[in-house]
Structure formats: C-alpha cells, structure tokens
Design a protein around this ligand. Structure first.
Ligand code: PLP
Length: 391
C-alpha cells in the first residue's frame, strides 16, 4: 500500500526529531556515557512518590474535572502568584495538562489560523517548529548567538515581525543553551508584543533552575502582558517528575477556555495519580528542589570549566541543565563531531543542529548526570578533541 498517500500532508511534512535519530544510533551500545537526554538524574523525591501511592491506596482512580483537581489548581495559583508574581483565578484561568508538551500543543492549536506566523528564538526545544506546523501555522525562527548568551534581542524580534505575526514563543532558561534573558531585553520584547498585539506563549519549565543569584522573571508579570500571555509550567524538571507527565497553562479565561475545549475532547483530564503527586510537590517539595538545584549549579560550574580547558569554548549558562559548547573551531559539523565522539569514546551528546539551523557548530550536553560519569565523560572528550587536527 502507498501509505504516504494515506497520511495527512501536514504530518508527512514534519521532520523526525534529530534527537531521536541520534539516540537510535546510541541504542544497544555498551559503556556509553550519555549527556544526551534532557531529564534529571534523580528519581522524584520520595514524599512525592508516596503521595502517588497513597492516592492509589485510597482508591482514587477516577477522572477529575477537565481543568484538573480544584485543590491542585488552588495550589498552582498560589505557587505561581508567589514565584512569578502573577495572579490567576483557579476556577477559570488554570488548566492542568499532560506535561508542558500537551500545554504547548493546546496553546498553538487554540490560537492559530492557517498561515499565522509564530516567532520563536532558536536554537530551541525540538517540539516548537513541528508543533507550529501541526497547528497549521508558519514557523519563523529568529537565530540567537553565543555573543548574546543565546538570548532573544528586541531588535531581532522587531526585524522578524510581519503583518501575519500572531504569536511569540519564549523559553527562558532555554533548552538547549541554558540561556536567560536580561530584564531590559524582556521589557523591550514585552513593549513590542503590546505594540504589535502579539500573544506570547511563555514556556517557563526551567524557571526554578537558575544560578548566579539571578531571580527568574516571567514576561507575564510585566505591564500589559498578563492579558496576552499563556504561561506554561510543569513538574518534569525542577521536581524530577518527567514520568508523571504533568504540567499546566495559566492564561486569561477566554484563552484557557479555548485550550480546555481541545483538552476535554482529546485528553479529557490529566491522570489523577499524577495530580495527587503534584499537589504534594507544591506543598512540601521546596527543599528537594533547592537541593537538586544546588547540585546542578555545582555540576554546571564543573562542566563549563572543563569544556573551556579542553578548548571547547562554552559560555556559562544562567539556567536549566544544559551547556552548549562551540565546536566551530574544530573543522567538523555538529553531527560529525557527535558521531566521532560516540564512535571513538562512547560519549553521547546531541548535535546542535537538532535544535534548528542556528545550532550548527554547537553540541548540547546535559549535565544532569552523576558527577563521576560527568568527570569521565569530560576526560574522554578531552582525548577525542586532542585527536582532531585543528584547521
Ligand atoms: N519545554 C521545554 C523547553 C523542554 O525542554 C521540555 C522537555 O524537555 C518540555 C517543554 C516538555 O516538558 P514536559 O515533560 O512537561 O512535557
């Protein structure tokens, strides 16, 4: 059968994730140290796992409200109010989702008409461009550069705007670069959004994982922005709860209602067991988050120092758990470097072009990996780099 003719053109046009391609090559190899997968090396804290177990023991195995458990939405409202300094009504402005992944998809599908342009800064999370295409939008990537610590500059945003621009997607701290944005630039970006009547989808999934004493700032808290921002957050990263698949979207009621319509017909609700765990995470998880954050901070300092010693220039990222060293001086493409490193030294890191064209010449290394593994991986990288003749 000609299956291609049976598959939606929209889906057929979406490329496979470069990360997936690369990790298929890693599968089945022994002794690989992986700096590839973007998730914490911790299990979810025990008290959070226990809350999930108790919830099951009590026989809580039903659907919840489409929006999510009211007790959880109340807790999210108070957490978001304290942490991001924006208030949302738990009865109508918070939607609990199956990870930030679902929330991203809902936001794009709720906002876009065919041909609407969505601007995002690149290198970026692998789902952004495909997510826009699947929602019938037009992806517009704005490249960022190492000299700006991979932050979106208002001037670059302004140059990308057209009469069809509808949505801006932001992600600070950024996957894959760990980049953060300055208050001044965020304010400039917010002013443009107001002037040009853009809606912002702000993916703040790494917001607790900030280093260097800089406090996270959400664009939703800036003047004129609450009404035009969909703030996305979740439990995967800071609480080490990737497998629970739980996130949320906060937005003014009409936008929440639009996302809810898709959610109720596609997902119905997020799993009740994960919602019970998330409630516990927000009630009692702060010290666990701080313990993990402090450990990522130490590991960030170590990996940045070692990469620079090896000769792979690397900025010190302000957040998340990724570094994005520059390999342009070595005369190999990102893919050839990553493949060579895997073949020669059994270290897996993701080629930068998996995160968009502007990631070419870089490598993404996730340092949420045990310290001894990290040390060994960096020693192996040093050996590999020493074998490369610089052009
Ligand atoms: N957004 C970004 C920037 C990410 O890096 C990830 C996961 O790596 C996600 C969203 C997906 O998160 P979740 O596990 O909540 O679906």
């Amino acid at each position: 059968m000609d299956y291609l003719s049976k598959i939606s053109r929209q889906v057929a046009a979406v490329p496979r994730s470069g990360i997936r391609d690369f990790f298929e090559l890693v599968q089945g190899r022994d002794e690989v140290i992986s700096l590839g997968v973007g998730e914490p090396d911790y299990a979810a804290p025990w008290h959070i796992r226990e809350a999930a177990i108790y919830s099951l023991e009590r026989g809580n195995t039903s659907y919840t409200s489409n929006l999510g458990l009211m007790s959880l939405r109340r807790k999210i409202a108070s957490y978001v109010g304290d942490f991001f300094d924006v208030s949302y009504d738990p009865s109508s402005e918070i939607l609990v989702t199956v990870g930030v992944s679902e929330a991203l998809d809902l936001a794009l599908r709720a906002l876009l008409n065919p041909g609407d342009e969505v601007i995002y800064h690149e290198p970026c999370y692998v789902s952004y461009m495909p997510g826009v295409l699947l929602a019938h939008g037009v992806p517009i990537a704005v490249p960022t550069s190492r000299k700006d610590n991979f932050a979106l500059k208002p001037e670059a945003l302004s140059a990308a705007l057209t009469p069809n621009s509808r949505v801006l997607m932001l992600n600070f701290p950024t996957n894959p670069t760990g980049g953060v944005v300055s208050s001044e630039d965020l304010e400039g970006i917010a002013r443009l959004c107001v002037e040009r009547d853009l809606i912002v989808i702000s993916d703040e999934i790494y917001s607790e994982l900030r280093y260097d004493d800089s406090r996270h700032q959400s664009i939703a808290a800036l003047p004129g922005m609450r009404e035009r921002t969909i703030l996305l957050h979740g439990f995967s990263k800071a609480f080490a709860m990737t497998g629970f698949r739980l996130g949320y979207a906060c937005a003014p009621e009409p936008l929440t209602e639009a996302m809810m319509k898709i959610h109720q017909y596609s997902m119905l609700c997020a799993p009740i067991t994960s919602q019970a765990a998330a409630l516990e995470a927000l009630e009692n998880g702060a010290s666990s988050v701080e313990r993990m954050r402090a450990s990522y901070h130490e590991r960030r300092d170590f990996i940045v120092r070692r990469l620079n010693e090896i000769g792979l220039e690397c900025h010190s990222p302000g957040g998340a758990f990724y570094v994005f060293p520059d390999i342009r001086g070595l005369g190999l493409s990102s893919r050839d470097f990553a493949m060579g490193l895997l073949e020669a030294e059994n270290v897996a890191a993701v080629p930068g072009d998996a995160f968009g064209h502007s990631g070419e010449g870089f490598l993404r290394c996730c340092y949420a990996t045990a310290f001894d593994q990290l040390r060994e991986a960096l020693d192996r990288m040093e050996r590999f780099v020493a074998t490369l003749a610089r052009p």
